[in-house]
Design a binder for this molecule. Structure first.
Ligand SMILES: *Cc1c(COP(=O)(O)O)cnc(C)c1O
Length: 217
């Protein structure tokens, strides 16, 4: 089965799988859960809430899609990782809701490296501005664990590879400048169904795979 062969490859690289379950009903998610999968990713808050209440409590839910500030409060009680931090105000709100829930919230900074205009994400200058904000040391309930990004949706694998390489370089730069000695800053969330092998070769620690695991009916 596809799931097992993906896992085997990921294990060789020491990378983890976020099974992207968006658009799939709880019954199908349950099948993958039965095989041992515990990390699932959703890109919409409403859908995440519905599935979280219908499925086992030991699932680690990751929010991988764009997050509006006014929706953080709904997922703050339980979400394991937010991959899509793309502004200072969102980071502040995530911290505020984490305080209310007495949790430390793991997050990733989302970067834009793809050619499509529509994709969300920071540029390196934006990230520097966030990380050098003097108020960041007050955000004690968020833990920045790394970065996330998407490559251009393209058959041009040289382009895709160069974008993953760019993400890796961004990670290394931030690690050196802002997170030396912080062992939790270690995740590079990149790679989807069409490009996950290239992402692994370029240093991904976490791939987000949907349609390969949940083939469209
Ligand atoms: C849908 C989605 C994925 C998974 O895409 P597939 O091509 O189905 O593997 C990964 N990341 C994000 C942010 C997504 O929205």
């Amino acid at each position: 089965m596809m799931y097992d062969s993906i896992l085997e490859t990921l294990n060789r690289y020491g990378a983890r799988l976020v099974a992207v379950s968006k658009n799939n009903p709880p019954a199908r998610i349950q099948e993958v859960y039965q095989r041992g999968q515990r990390i699932f990713g959703e890109n919409r808050v409403q859908e995440l809430l519905e599935k979280q209440s219908a499925l086992p409590a030991d699932i680690e839910w990751h929010l991988i899609g764009h997050l509006q500030t006014n929706k953080v409060k709904y997922i703050a009680p339980f979400v394991s990782m937010i991959h899509s931090i793309d502004s200072w105000s969102l980071l502040e709100e995530v911290n505020k809701q984490a305080v209310k829930n007495d949790r430390i919230q793991d997050v990733l900074l989302q970067f834009h490296v793809a050619q499509e205009e529509s994709k969300f994400g920071l540029k390196i200058e934006d990230a520097v501005q966030i990380l050098e904000n003097p108020l960041i040391s007050d955000l004690k309930n968020v833990r920045i664990c790394g970065i996330m990004g998407m490559a251009t949706f393209s058959d041009d694998m040289a382009l895709v590879r160069s974008e993953f390489r760019q993400l890796r370089q961004i990670f290394e730069r931030l690690k050196t400048q802002y997170f030396t000695d912080q062992t939790h800053f270690r995740e590079i969330s990149m790679g989807m169904s069409g490009d996950w092998r290239i992402a692994l070769e370029e240093g991904s620690t976490m791939v987000r795979i949907g349609s390969l695991i949940f083939p469209p009916a």
